[in-house]
Write a protein that binds this ligand. Structure first.
Ligand code: ADP
Ligand code: 5GP
Length: 198
């Protein structure tokens, strides 16, 4: 699959909605909260990332991710197509294509990235005016419970994610806002308020 990139224009157009970057440990509930936010606020454009990981059952290319081969991903890196990219959980490559954010902004929609800490740090360097939000669990025990309860990872993958979570939790101060995801509805309304959607 070719990655169609028009790299001739850069972001000189004024942002109608600032870019919002959401980070939080695996299992904290980012996917759950963002799904609800998108249902409530259709102006949100949840960024579709590129990844080298294989699709899970039911995942559709172009909807959940742009599934790329390692070669295609590396070509896109070399071409400067990514706003940010990182190796996540020591495994596969994940990245945000510049065009994804540019297209959302050109359509007057609110681009939202759900990415890892490395990626968020890269976005902050490139776009310090973006809004950086950290989603934290009510407790470490609750995070572990949610991660295990989801049942989508092996024990080894869960351990790896909990290890990554320690680094992520230690970086909360780098963010403009920290929201504790206790009740989904509360988290969604706090997000909507911070993003000035409501
Ligand atoms: P993430 O996208 O951050 O990895 P998910 O959205 O997949 O996390 O949520 C992980 C698990 O926790 C899911 O089983 C989800 O139903 C559950 N969950 C999410 N938010 C909450 C919450 N506020 N309270 C209790 N359980 C939650
Ligand atoms: P999953 O494989 O479970 O879909 O995603 C694992 C993690 O990869 C997500 O929780 C998210 O933090 C991270 N991720 C997804 N897309 C991107 C991306 O485009 N860039 C970066 N840096 N991380 C991403």
């Amino acid at each position: 699959m070719g990655v169609m990139i028009d790299d001739q224009h850069h972001s000189s157009a004024p942002d109608r909605f600032p870019l919002t970057v959401i980070v939080g440990p695996s299992g904290v509930g980012k996917g759950t909260v963002l799904k609800r936010l998108v249902q409530l606020y259709p102006q949100i454009d949840l960024s579709v990332s590129a990844t080298t990981r294989p699709p899970r059952d039911g995942e559709i290319n172009g909807i959940h991710y742009h599934f790329l081969s390692r070669e295609a991903f590396e070509e896109a890196i070399a071409a400067g197509d990514f706003l940010e990219w990182a190796t996540v959980h020591g495994d596969h490559f994940y990245g945000t294509l510049r065009t994804t954010v540019e297209n959302a902004q050109q359509k007057g929609r609110a681009p939202v990235l759900e990415i890892d800490l490395d990626g968020a740090r890269q976005v902050r360097k490139a776009m310090p005016q973006a809004l950086f939000i950290f989603i934290a669990p009510p407790s470490w025990e609750e995070l572990e419970k949610r991660l295990r309860g989801r049942g989508s990872e092996t024990d080894a993958q869960i351990e790896r994610r909990l290890l990554t979570a320690r680094t992520e939790m230690a970086a909360q101060d780098e963010f403009n806002h920290v929201i504790v995801n206790d009740e989904v509805d509360d988290t969604v309304s706090q997000l909507a308020h911070i993003m000035q959607l409501a």
